[in-house]
Write a protein that binds this ligand. Structure first.
Ligand code: ADP
Ligand code: ADP
Length: 230
């Protein structure tokens, strides 16, 4: 079944067109890669799908509710409860420990401290970084920080995870390890994933790939993954 659906999305920044009519569906539990060169509109598409940005035209439906017309407050609430986001840079708070960072979304949602910490420790353990619970980001590697950011994105058990170049700041081995964990956990939780990337190796982890070119779906349908040898 379709969880998230966008029809004819158009979005410009001033005179710069970023999306020129994009239509996509995301199935329940599906891992969808959105690929294409820098500047083709991937981030803009992700932001429109996640309700961060409003399209100029077109519509976004989540579980058959049209969400692009919702108020900022309503979209923000939807993001906190149903969606998780992971960006290129860990966006984790340097003053807080790993466990505190991961617990943050639950604390903001009103969960008690003890319960939030227990959940955070369990997520850190699931991502193989339990030993870092009381470390601060400054003491962690990029890959370790990104695992914390992933744990924080997933602790609310979102139905959709939006990941924008999640491995872009990591070396390729570390990036593949983090991605492997992202995909494993998404499958276990049946979390749908929109994975924005310009890297063929990253796209190969997805169930399906949509290639964007100049703000439109590439009509050849030939994405990056297909151009990989083997
Ligand atoms: P990608 O994620 O594929 O690199 P983006 O969605 O970031 O593509 O950008 C699509 C186009 O929109 C590019 O031409 C980019 O320069 C432009 N753009 C993106 N964000 C902004 C912004 N905040 N202001 C002006 N132009 C922007
Ligand atoms: P990506 O890594 O997804 O391609 P960028 O590094 O191009 O994203 O953009 C990072 C931030 O800068 C985003 O918030 C994007 O909206 C904004 N941005 C991108 N292009 C422009 C632009 N031409 N003018 C202003 N802001 C931009």
């Amino acid at each position: 079944t379709t969880l998230l659906r966008a029809r004819g999305l158009v979005r410009s920044y001033g005179l710069t067109p970023a999306l020129r009519g994009v239509t996509i569906d995301l199935g329940e539990g599906e891992i969808l890669a959105v690929t294409g060169p820098s500047g083709c509109g991937k981030s803009t598409l992700l932001h429109c799908l996640a309700g961060i940005l409003r399209p100029d035209a077109g519509e976004v439906e989540y579980r058959e509710h049209r969400i692009d017309t919702w108020s900022e407050a309503a979209r923000s609430r939807l993001r906190r409860t149903e969606f998780g986001v992971l960006f290129q840079f860990g966006q984790i708070v340097p003053e807080l420990t790993a466990a505190e960072n991961v617990a943050l979304p639950l604390l903001l949602a009103g969960t008690g401290r003890r319960e939030a910490r227990t959940a955070a420790l369990s997520w850190l353990d699931r991502l193989g970084v339990a030993d870092l619970a009381d470390s601060r980001p400054g003491q962690m590697s990029g890959g370790q920080q990104q695992r914390c950011a992933l744990a924080r994105a997933l602790i609310t058990e979102p139905r959709v995870l939006f990941a924008d170049e999640p491995t872009g700041a990591l070396d390729s081995l570390t990036g593949e390890q983090v991605l492997g964990q992202l995909v494993r956990v998404a499958r276990e939780q049946r979390t749908s994933v929109v994975l924005v990337t310009h890297e063929p190796r990253v796209a190969a982890y997805a169930d399906r790939e949509l290639a964007l070119r100049d703000g439109q779906l590439d009509p050849t349908g030939l994405g990056l993954a297909e151009s990989l040898p083997g």
